[in-house]
Design a protein around this ligand. Structure first.
Ligand code: ATP
Length: 358
C-alpha cells in the first residue's frame, strides 16, 4: 500500500519569533511504523503534537488519510495518543479508564463493553479491570494507556516516548509488545523516542531530525548503512561512528595518521592536500598483525560488556577512536595494537559533514 496516511506539507512551527520546526515535508504510508528521533530539542515532540492537534501549526498543512486536519480538534482527527506520563484518571478503575473516552463520545454501552474487552484481551490486562492506576505497576499503567488508545479505533496511533518511565527490563518487554500490537492491528503508528534501540527495532522508517529539520527519512538499514551526512552517521549507532581526519594525496589516495590508503570508490575526492573525514563504525575495525595498511594505535582503556568489548584507543597523531570487539583476549591500557578495516566499510564526508558519494 502506498497511500499516504499522514502527510505534512511545509509544516512550520514558531513560538513567537523563535522558529523550532522549519518547513517539514513528510509522507507516511498507510500501516507504517514511523519513528522520530533526534537530539533533545530537535522538535520531535512538537512535530508529533502538531499531528495530534495539541499544538497549533504556524504554517503549512497536515492531512490524515487525505483529509486536511490542520485546523481540526484532536478528537476529530482520527488519532489516539499515548503519553510518557500515561495520563490515566487516578480515581477511576482500569475498566472506567478504558471506557471513558467512548462514553464521552456517546458510544452505546454494548459497543463500549465489546471494545474494552477486546483491547484488554489484546494487552492482557483483563484481570486488572477493577484496580485503580495507583494499584498498578508502571508497565501495567502504560498498557492501560495504550488500551485507551486502542478502544478508540483510531486511524493513526501517536506515541510520545511511551516507555521512558519504565525500567530497562520492562522497556524491552513493552517494546516487543508494541511491535506485536503493530503487527496485529496494522495501523499507522508514529513514535517519538530518544532511544536508538527502540527506533531501530520498531521502525519501518526512521525520521532523523536536527534543529527542526529532517536530516534523513529511511528504513533503519538505510540510515545505518547509508547515512545522508555526518550528523546522521554519528547520531545513529552506538558506540558512535569513528570520524577520522584524512588528507587527500591525489590519484585516489589519502592518508590517515600517516598511513596511505587507496580510495578508488570516491571519485569526488577533494584536491591534493585537502582534508576530509573518513567514517568507520566501531564494529568494522578489527585488531590484527601490523602490515602496510594497518593503523598503529595505543589502547587507552577498554570496557568489557560480556558479549562485546569497547576498546578506546589513540592513533599516533593523537586522534581517538573506539573499536567494538566481539571476542578475544583482554587488552591492557597502554598496549600497542594494529587496526584493520575493509575499504567497503568506509564512508567519506567533507569537513562540513556532507557525504562524499560516488
Ligand atoms: N511552549 C514553548 N515555548 C517556546 N519554545 C518551546 C516551547 N515548547 C518547545 N519549545 C522549544 O522548541 C524546541 C523543540 O522542542 P521539542 O520538545 O519538540 O523537542 P524534542 O525533540 O521533543 O526534545 P526532547 O527530546 O528533549 O523532548 C526546543 O528548542 C524547545 O525549547
Amino acid at each position: 500500500m502506498d497511500r499516504a496516511s499522514v502527510s505534512l506539507k511545509a509544516v512550520q512551527k514558531s513560538y513567537g519569533s523563535l522558529a523550532v520546526v522549519h518547513g517539514i515535508d513528510l509522507d507516511i504510508n498507510e500501516g507504517d511504523f514511523v519513528v522520530f528521533v533526534g537530539p533533545s530539542g530537535c522538535g520531535k515532540s512538537t512535530l508529533l503534537r502538531m499531528i495530534a492537534g495539541l499544538e497549533e501549526v504556524t504554517e503549512g498543512e497536515i492531512s490524515i488519510k487525505g483529509r486536511d486536519v490542520t485546523d481540526l480538534d484532536p478528537s476529530d482527527r482520527g488519532i489516539a495518543m499515548v503519553f510518557q506520563s500515561y495520563a490515566l484518571y487516578p480515581h477511576m478503575s482500569v475498566r472506567e479508564n478504558l471506557a471513558f473516552g467512548l462514553r464521552m463520545a456517546r458510544t452505546d454501552a454494548a459497543e463500549i463493553s465489546r471494545r474494552v474487552d477486546q483491547a484488554a484481551s489484546i494487552l492482557k490486562i483483563d484481570h486488572l479491570f477493577e484496580r485503580r492506576p495507583g494499584q498498578l505497576s508502571g508497565g501495567q499503567r502504560q498498557r492501560v494507556a495504550i488500551g485507551r488508545a486502542i478502544v478508540r479505533k483510531p486511524d493513526v496511533f501517536l506515541f510520545d516516548e511511551p516507555l521512558s518511565n519504565l525500567d530497562a527490563e520492562l522497556r524491552v518487554s513493552m517494546r516487543i509488545e508494541i511491535a506485536r500490537l503493530h503487527r496485529e492491528l496494522g495501523n499507522t503508528m508514529i513514535y517519538v523516542t530518544h532511544d536508538q534501540t527502540e527506533a531501530m527495532t520498531l521502525a519501518d522508517k526512521i525520521v532523523v531530525l536536527r534543529s527542526g529539520r529532517i536530516e534523513q527519512f529511511g528504513t533503519p538499514r538505510e540510515v545505518y548503512e547509508n547515512p545522508s551526512n555526518m550528523f546522521v552517521a554519528g547520531f545513529i549507532g552506538s558506540p558512535r561512528m569513528n570520524f577520522l581526519k584524512a588528507t587527500s594525496e591525489g590519484a585516489g589516495r589519502f592518508q590517515i595518521a600517516g598511513k596511505i590508503f587507496e580510495a578508488q570508490e570516491v571519485p569526488a575526492m577533494p584536491s591534493v592536500g585537502a582534508d576530509f573525514v573518513v567514517g568507520i563504525r566501531p564494529e568494522h575495525i578489527v585488531l590484527g598483525e601490523p602490515h602496510d595498511l594497518s593503523i598503529p594505535a595505543k589502547v587507552e582503556f577498554s570496557e568489557y560488556l560480556g558479549g562485546t568489548r569497547y576498546i578506546y584507543c589513540a592513533l599516533d597523531d593523537g586522534q581517538n577512536l573506539v573499536v567494538e570487539q566481539r571476542a578475544g583476549p583482554d587488552v591492557e591500557p597502554g598496549s600497542s595494537i594494529n587496526l584493520d578495516h575493509s575499504s567497503r566499510n568506509r564512508l567519506f564526508f567533507s569537513t562540513e559533514g556532507e557525504r562524499l558519494i560516488a
